[in-house]
Design a protein around this ligand. Sequence first.
Ligand code: TYD
Ligand code: MG
Length: 454
Amino acid sequence: MSKLKSVFACNECGAQAPKWTGQCPSCGAWNSLIESAVTRAPASDRQARFGSAPGAAAQTLQQVPMEGVARMSTGLAELDRVLGGGLVAGSVVLIGGDPGIGKSTLLLQALAALSQHAPVLYVTGEESTQQVAMRAHRLGVSAPAIRLLAEIRVEQIVNCAASEQPRVMVVDSIQTVYTDILQSAPGSVAQVRESAAQLTRFAKQAGVGLFLVGHVTKEGALAGPRVLEHMVDTVLYFEGDTGSQFRMIRAIKNRFGAVNEIGVFVMTEAGLREVGNPSAMFISRHGDAVPGSVVLATQEGTRPLLVEVQALVDDAHAANPRRVSVGLDQNRLAMLLAVLHRHAGVSMTDQDVFVNVAGGVRVMETAADLAVLAAALSSIRNRPLGKDLVVFGEVGLAGEVRPVQRGEARIREAAKLGFKRALIPAANMPKKPEAGIELLPVRRLSEALELLFA
Ligand code: TYD
Ligand code: MG
């Protein structure tokens, strides 16, 4: 009889079964059994684990030697920025994103730059080596030093990497990789988790910087329901409309840097090109000021970013008027409209309200509140707000305008781009005036609307 290599463990209660069943025999949960590898620790290991061998001694924080982390530049300043200043040796980075968004392109470009200083290995499970070579040719990256491997068995990948000894390695994608230990198909939760665990272990041992590419499912989660996110050091999402040229890379988790940092690229004929000054790109250039358009000074990670918030308010033709938001929080929109009614006396109950952030940017901070309301009002009154105005501020349920973080950085960015007026929360008023921009501090929503639509 063959030796048992895998078991099925229940996600809910942890009970194990030798075979998959629809219902856990122990706790009765449905569809909770997930295959996992049986790992038998060697005797010496077990001894260490259970304490018969001398373990590590506790120490104080001061005793821990401070080693600076060694970082490598990926040659793409925007990618370095989201990584927290470059790729840390021995760290594992998961890059998620929709198919076709440009993950392979980005990593190939990064490897080409990295290969000039260190040996690199590109493991392709999705495309043949010819396809990768053709893409490299198209991108115009001449990187004779990039080593290529077309392989999907994880044990084989680790073996090959052990002999190649790269400093940086890409596995594209983790969903195609499988291990012999498990019977489930590549791409299943169990396979993704086990393969990633083996690759991560290797990367940590060998001090290899490892990029794992992961596809995003329709629901927007990294396939293998988030199982990878806690295993790796850094999680980056590559996003943007496939219809538009813009691509944004966002850090969701980073053990070596700030989260919510974004890097901005455009996809061109010759691959991804960095956008050094994204503010200028996201503000569309209308000839004249148009109703329903307001420029918002938002904050992404450590960087202020100016984006255009657009609103369209129109007579509703159904009993339930629509509230649709793209790039902004839908529930927050409904809340803001209620505040507008209660504290500024403007009712939109018989109107459809659509709001959108131009350029496919997602703004999830509350500092967008004031801009959303200003845009909605500008649209319903059909009054443009002027092209030289920038707005930010949170709106509370009591109709107050609340301060947001890093107000001065936002004002400075707006001034730098030539905006002349800024509507800001009074509590964000800087001590020194900023040259070239008039500041309009407000405490209440009603005050703000009076200023804008007087
Ligand atoms: P790709 O990197 O293959 O995406 P992923 O690995 O995330 O699935 O990117 C594929 C898309 O990018 C494809 O639709 C074509 C486009 N593209 C360009 O526009 N210019 C280029 O130079 C390259 C290489 C790709
Ligand atoms: Mg790809």
